[in-house]
Design a protein around this ligand. Sequence first.
Ligand SMILES: CC(C)(COP(=O)(O)OP(=O)(O)OC[C@H]1O[C@@H](n2cnc3c(N)ncnc32)[C@H](O)[C@@H]1OP(=O)(O)O)[C@@H](O)C(=O)NCCC(=O)NCCS
Length: 163
Amino acid sequence: MIELRELNAEDAREVQRIYSGPSLRFLGRGPMGADETAAYIAAATARSAAQPRLQYTLGVDVEGDLVGIIKLNATNGEGRLSYILRADTWGRGFATGTVTELLAFAFGGLSLSTVRAKHQAENRASGRVLLKAGFTHTGMADGFAHYMSVGCIREGSSPQDGR
Ligand SMILES: CC(C)(COP(=O)(O)OP(=O)(O)OC[C@H]1O[C@@H](n2cnc3c(N)ncnc32)[C@H](O)[C@@H]1OP(=O)(O)O)[C@@H](O)C(=O)NCCC(=O)NCCS
């Protein structure tokens, strides 16, 4: 039901909807304007072609509805992820399903050893998502809660395989 896929220029309007309203509360930024959205998608597309590929900015597609974006930076066998879900889709398990799917790809497809994530201390929903997806809370620093997931053998193919 959740498909992680590359973004394209036709997603601009939906990306703007994602980066707006309550979803921005803990991100320390304002709504994404049209020009910024176009540049954001273009940069994601350019990074998707890099060899080796170090960054994945993937749309969270639920039956044709782009409900969010998840990012994975991968360097030296370690990953760091972040995500945002459109506010009107919260509470339906989409973030947990998205993070779980990306971890399967990170450990299975990319063979990363660890993936880290963090959230602002007050963002308890995000902490709940990370724990449900199998992350371990590793501590607090600079107002952020930090988490880590250690790779093991998991099923996972590339989001670019057309799933
Ligand atoms: C955090 C976010 C990704 C959650 O998305 P979501 O699709 O609603 O997440 P899920 O439905 O998979 O799970 C949410 C969990 O958090 C819980 N939750 C929601 N609000 C909560 C709160 N204030 N305190 C504690 N838990 C909370 C839900 O009950 C649920 O847990 P449960 O299944 O055990 O009941 C979404 O709110 C979001 O995009 N926020 C804005 C951007 C952001 O904060 N990104 C993360 C930056 S680190």
